[in-house]
Ligand binder design. Structure first.
Ligand SMILES: [Zn+2]
Length: 695
């Protein structure tokens, strides 16, 4: 394999629209963190880059729902994610964000560069436009009836009921989620990246060049994309949130989030190393590795490499070890349904247990297929592996050394084989050392090929071998008769613990630190020898004073996990009972004075008719007690005009008049809307005089 001078390692930029959960961590962050910790221990030059993805419709939609500006919205989640990553120990060298100035500059330069090369194509097409709000509608802002299953609230890009992938033009009765009005088609100009022109290059670079070193799930997905044929992709959008397109005739247009987000890796590196970033992106001796979840494969393996190729000068990803998905107790993790183990909650509710979560997530890492996290399995792995194998070994060795040698590493001369027991000890030492060398080698081979689950298994085999050594040599039986033999066993065992501290550092940084603390040795001199030469190294010298023994890990009690299981059960029940996520979030607080400004009354419908060219609006003539006036109401799909005549309705009487479809509407009929968008009039339980007020 090619020898690289330095490494640029990235983890997918998480959307700044919600907290982090264990699925995110298992997918793109823990494997990357384990890998960069390994590289650093080996003494490599590495930058580990991350940041928040703060653009795109998910953000503007989230902000609108929360009733705040997109910037306020991303500020909140960016800070939250940054803090959680830090507290969990994901060791980014830089955690940036795509609303940073350095990113705007970098993304615009990137666009300008390929624009100036004449690579981009301009195209004008019809897109849905919301006339009332004066905005073009992103696919997610349009809902309508699914042509496939007739679900009435399918999104412009996908029907969430039947899963069909859609384009907005396919929706029946499309409507804007912003204004509720039917959108109109309007011409707009966009810039396209000609991905199709990179197809043969991609085939050569990816399908031929990375056939043997990329994971089969990644390679397979790329191949199927390429075999379907690539299309030009629009890289701009009509939106007011994002990186503005740096062209004079592009007012109101921003870069498409999937164009600007991967450039975020470059801008984050620039933020970290303003004068030195280029060698991490442009020197062919730098190895670029993207850690992602499988939903991002096409962007990191096909689109971003093609962008980098188009820009020129840039290195390309050498590997993209994407993971499959993690499930939770047999169900899909879901942010919107609040069905997840949230990382910030885990850190609060199970304090001091970062390693435990790292260990369990790595041991079930969804490297080749989807995996399932369960709390029972978590408890079992912590108690029977971390506590009973690794913690137990270190604790026994420490306690015995304190007991027999008062906490000082005994001097252990070569044991002359004057007894069977001594011959057995020498043999066991040789076998154990050989086993260590083999497991260390296998662990590092697995790390080099991104098989973290397997690497961690070999790491734990070191502790297993250490326990076996103690069980075979039984120093406690020799204490009364052969102190030199005990010294030999314990100094050898202490050295095993030192090597385990080195080996477990990428996986269990807290445990590694705790072993070093007990050994009273930072092991800084041995680190790079261990990781470079892949063998048992000397970590212990006779006469060295140890610190007191401490427990590396504590058992997880039933009560700890029962609380967690109960939480998930509640989230499931809430879903079954009608999903709180279907309930719109609370609007910001108002005063009684705000409320008093609204004039709400009961009126009686005198006439009702359909509005021409609108399948949504009815034109009502309403007796408000004060006057008779025309009010337009968007209930045509829910009520027939003839059914409304004579009905009492609740209305806002002092709303400023609005013109819709050429008709002036003087007021608004109040309605209840359920989660499926079904509307119902609010009618007094007994008839009242028209003009009765509501308060
Ligand atoms: Zn459908």
């Amino acid at each position: 394999m090619k020898k690289f001078k330095r490494y640029t390692v990235t983890s997918a930029l998480p959307y700044a629209n919600g907290p982090l959960h264990i699925g995110h961590i298992a997918g793109a962050y823990l494997p990357a963190d384990t890998y960069v910790r390994y590289l650093r221990l080996r003494g490599e030059d590495v930058v580990y880059v991350g940041g928040s993805d703060e653009h795109g419709v998910a953000i503007t939609l989230g902000a609108r729902k929360a009733g705040v500006s997109p910037q306020e919205f991303v500020d909140k989640y960016h800070e939250m994610m940054k803090k959680t990553f830090q507290e969990f120990g994901i060791s980014f060298d830089v955690y940036s964000r795509t609303s940073a100035k350095v990113h705007y500059d970098t993304a615009q330069e990137f666009f300008t560069n390929i624009y100036n090369k004449g690579i981009l194509k301009e195209e004008t097409s019809d897109q849905y436009y919301d006339e009332q709000e004066g905005i073009f509608l992103a696919d997610r802002y349009i809902i309508g009836t699914c042509p496939n299953c007739k679900y009435e609230n399918a999104y412009g890009d996908q029907c969430e009921r039947c899963g069909t992938s859609l384009s907005p033009r396919e929706l029946i009765n499309p409507r804007s989620t912003v204004s509720g009005q039917p959108p109109v088609l309007r011409q707009t100009k966009h810039w396209y990246f000609p991905l199709d022109e990179y197809e043969s290059w991609l085939r050569e670079w990816l399908l031929e060049g990375h056939k043997d070193d990329w994971k089969t799930n990644v390679y397979g997905q790329c191949k199927s994309w390429l075999d379907q044929g690539l299309q030009p992709r629009s890289i701009t959008r009509d939106l007011d949130w994002g990186v503005p397109v740096p062209l004079p005739d592009a007012k109101g247009k921003v870069l498409y989030v999937w164009f600007d987000a991967p450039i975020g890796y470059i801008s984050a590196t620039k933020e970290l190393l303003p004068n030195d970033w280029e060698k991490y992106w442009k020197d062919p001796d730098t190895r670029l590795i993207h850690f992602i979840g499988k939903d991002n494969i096409v962007f990191h393996c096909i689109i971003f490499p093609a962008m980098l190729k188009a820009a020129g000068d840039y290195i390309l990803p050498d590997n993209v070890p994407a993971n499959e998905f993690l499930n939770l107790e047999g169900d899909k993790l879901s942010t919107s349904r609040n069905y997840a183990v949230w990382l910030h909650e885990y850190l609060q509710e199970l304090p001091g247990r970062r390693d435990e979560l790292r260990y369990v997530l790595t041991s079930i890492s969804p490297e080749t297929k989807d995996a399932d996290f369960t709390w029972k399995d978590y408890q079992q792995k912590v108690n029977s592996e971390l506590v009973a194998i690794l913690g137990n070994l270190v604790n026994r060795v420490m306690v015995l050394t304190w007991k027999y040698f008062d906490g000082v590493v005994p001097n252990a001369p070569q044991l002359t084989e004057s007894s069977d027991a001594r011959a057995g000890i020498n043999r066991a030492k040789e076998q154990t050392a050989a086993q260590f060398n083999e497991s260390i080698n296998e662990m590092i081979n697995a790390l080099d090929t991104f098989l973290f689950r397997e690497a961690q298994f070999h790491m734990m085999n070191l502790a297993r071998a250490g326990n076996r050594f103690l069980a075979d040599t039984q120093p406690w039986k020799l204490a009364a008769t052969d102190k030199d033999a005990v010294a030999s066993i314990l100094s050898f065992s202490l050295n095993l613990c030192g090597n385990i501290a080195l080996a477990c550092e990428p996986f269990l940084p807290d445990g590694a630190a705790a072993i070093r603390r007990q050994l009273n040795n930072e092991l800084s001199d041995q680190r790079s020898t261990f990781w470079k030469e892949r063998r048992l190294v000397d970590t212990i010298t006779g006469g060295h004073k140890l610190n007191k023994a401490e427990l590396l890990y504590r058992n997880v009690e039933d009560a700890d996990i029962e609380r967690q299981i109960e939480k998930l059960k509640k989230a499931r029940e809430a879903k079954a009972a009608g999903t709180p996520s279907d309930v719109k979030p609370l609007k910001s607080q108002v005063t009684i004075d705000d409320f008093a400004k609204l004039d709400i009354r009961i009126g009686t419908v005198l006439q009702a008719e359909k509005v021409e060219k609108s399948d949504k609006l009815l034109k009502l003539l309403v007796d408000t007690g004060i006057d008779r006036r025309t009010i337009l109401s968007g209930i045509a799909r829910h009520y027939k005009p003839e059914d409304l005549i004579g009905k009492q309705v609740t209305l806002i009487a002092n709303l400023a008049p609005r013109r819709m479809m050429g008709i002036e509407s003087k007021g608004m009929i109040l309605m209840a809307e359920d989660k499926d968008g079904k509307l119902q009039l609010l009618i007094p339980s007994e008839p009242v005089n028209p003009g009765s007020t509501v308060s």
